[in-house]
Ligand binder design. Sequence first.
Ligand code: AP5
Ligand code: MG
Ligand code: ZN
Length: 215
Amino acid sequence: MRIVLLGGPGSGKGTQAKKLTEKYRIPQISTGDIFRAAVKEGTPMGLKAKEYMDKGELVPDSVVVGVVEERLAKPDLNAGFMLDGFPRTLPQAEALDKIMQKMGKGIDHAILVDVPDEELMKRLTGRRTCRNSDCGKMYHVMFNPPKKEGVCDACGSELYQRADDSEATIRERLNVYAEQTAPLIDYYNKKGLLRQVAGVGPIENIFAALVKILG
Ligand code: AP5
Ligand code: MG
Ligand code: ZN
């Protein structure tokens, strides 16, 4: 099962990907998570990515595609994978098609998690993320609070607020999504791969809608 998750910043891609990978036992590949780990380690790639992430802009395609190509060459993907936050531009989508072609495989579904912009702003300003990168669970101070404030239910690590979750940066991320990523909806629709779920309402209901698509 090879899946692309599409959706604006804060639409719940990461939240749902974590639940789906548990159910279907396929890895979540989040380019955002890969870049945040590289920033934390202070690698050259991380330092380069940070310049863009802090402004809410996209990391250049050449950097992103290299990172994904490397990840997709690892041997743990026999059962498939779930791409979260990639592709995000048309050149990235075309690069993914080429990588798939070389692997002799294809994408099964590109699923759009559809959420209105006003809701996205509320979600991102209240998001808290687990600092333990092996866990990385997401919470929300109002919509999905942890049992104990500031502490991850799953692993007990500290929760933090992402650097790019300030109101001004969120606004830029929303603009970037509309301009550069939303065209992918049409791209996958034309290929007959686009599926769509309404991304508002309880997390469990959205999960059920995704499972219905995936079988
Ligand atoms: P990335 O990390 O991918 O961020 P994003 O796309 O902006 O998406 P988010 O992770 O913010 O949101 P999400 O959809 O995962 O939502 P979540 O589940 O957390 O990218 C960050 C940056 O890295 C980019 O800006 C760019 O610079 C760079 N980058 C990454 N990939 C790139 C690429 N391919 N090309 C170029 N640059 C790239 O949920 C959000 C909140 O809502 C949480 O608090 C959650 O608890 C809550 N929530 C979830 N579901 C619900 C619900 N149903 N009801 C209420 N609240 C909910
Ligand atoms: Mg995410
Ligand atoms: Zn955790």
